[in-house]
Design a protein around this ligand. Structure first.
Ligand SMILES: C=C(O[C@@H]1C=C(C(=O)O)C=C[C@H]1O)C(=O)O
Length: 344
């Protein structure tokens, strides 16, 4: 553990390529450090880091030193952050939400996911943030990715994009958000149920031609830290000619992070969000010839020079209220802020 911590700290300092991660509900923390030894053979297993829109980065496992531990020292508790926000950011976000609602009413698309980023000054190291996330979010996919060309990204996402082994696969439709207030058996308003149904329908329609069997659970409440979402579990079996790569390509970006129809939503996002999402709402995880375990990069932050950029978004439909949507992004930012000591 101490040796790994040293290697992580040295890797951050040297901007070298490595990743540390833990899957939802598991204890095992896996570290992959790219080494300088000459590559003996190109392996088929890798860890992939893909932006919202653009080229993937990959760590080839045959090119990495790999460590596993079930004993990460991670007994941290969450802080209760103060609810604060910047008024200019609020006004800007509300104005693009209002514009999106108008565009939906004009029929340009049915749903779009709009996001923003917030910069905070950190009072702790990337290693500490990662350790705290492990402890506070046992049911999230927690990761710290570092690479000379992408910088350092840390997150605790509730959303699996695709898990597959040979022809079997699992995915999920996750959308709709409310604050967790001590009780998971909550009522969901129509707006939230509709918003999540659009995601389920999209995944069904996209996967149907590529699969032999496709099974959907009933939508149910899923807790992600201080938030609740609606989730439908989706599983099935691919057709012989389909690969897991085809499925991932067809799914990403789902309307949980982009919108519907996809192309018009992407256009609106690019014209109106006013910043580059980079790897936020992209995906990351293990990929091999006949298996994969990929997650959507949400509840994440980019760390550099003692600062963190926090990324958060929410689904906009015809019924959206701009101020409510802004506060949904504030609530999502608390997922990260709960583990950050912020220097103000
Ligand atoms: C876009 C984010 O989350 C996604 C959007 C949700 C929503 O609109 O309610 C809920 C879960 C995620 O699929 C985010 O966390 O930034």
């Amino acid at each position: 553990m101490e040796a790994i911590q040293k290697r992580i700290e040295a890797g951050l300092e040297a901007h070298s390529a490595f990743v540390i991660y833990r899957k939802p509900g598991e204890k095992k923390v896996i570290s992959l450090f790219r080494n300088d030894r000459p590559m003996e053979s190109q392996g088929s297993d890798s860890f992939v880091f893909t932006p919202f829109d653009g080229q993937s980065y990959e760590l080839d496992l045959s090119d990495c030193d790999r460590f596993e531990t079930n004993q990460w020292d991670a007994k941290w508790s969450a802080e209760t952050p103060e609810l604060s926000f910047d008024l200019d950011q609020k006004l800007h976000f509300e104005s693009i939400v209002a514009k999106a609602v108008d565009a939906i009413k004009e029929g340009r698309f049915d749903k779009v996911v709009l996001s923003r980023k917030e910069v905070v000054t950190l009072g702790q190291s990337a290693f500490e943030i990662f350790s705290r996330l492990l402890s506070v979010y046992p049911n999230a996919f927690v990761s710290l990715w570092n690479h000379p060309e992408t910088g350092c990204w840390i997150g605790a996402t509730p959303e699996r994009l695709l898990k597959g082994q040979n022809k079997e696969f699992q995915t999920m439709a996750l959308a709709g958000t409310q604050q967790f207030q001590g009780d998971e058996s909550v009522e969901w308003p129509k707006k939230e149920r509709e918003e999540q149904r659009l995601v389920t329908d999209y995944i069904w329609n996209t996967l149907e031609p590529l699969t032999q069997t496709l099974v959907l659970s009933e939508p149910h409440t899923h807790r992600a830290g201080n938030l609740l979402h609606i989730k439908t579990d989706i599983s099935g079996q691919m057709r012989d000619a389909t690969t897991l790569g085809d499925l991932a390509k067809a799914l990403h970006p789902t309307p949980a992070v982009c919108g519907l129809p996809k192309e018009n939503a992407i256009l609106f996002i690019k014209e109106n969000e006013g910043y580059d999402r980079e790897f936020y709402s992209g995906f990351l995880g293990e990929r091999g010839e006949n298996h994969c375990d990929l997650f959507v990069n949400l509840r994440c932050m980019k760390i550099s020079n003692g600062q963190a950029e926090l990324f958060m978004g929410c689904g906009i439909t015809a019924e959206s209220n701009p101020e409510k949507e802004f506060f949904e992004t504030v609530n999502k930012s608390l997922t990260m802020k709960r583990v950050l000591k912020i220097n103000s």
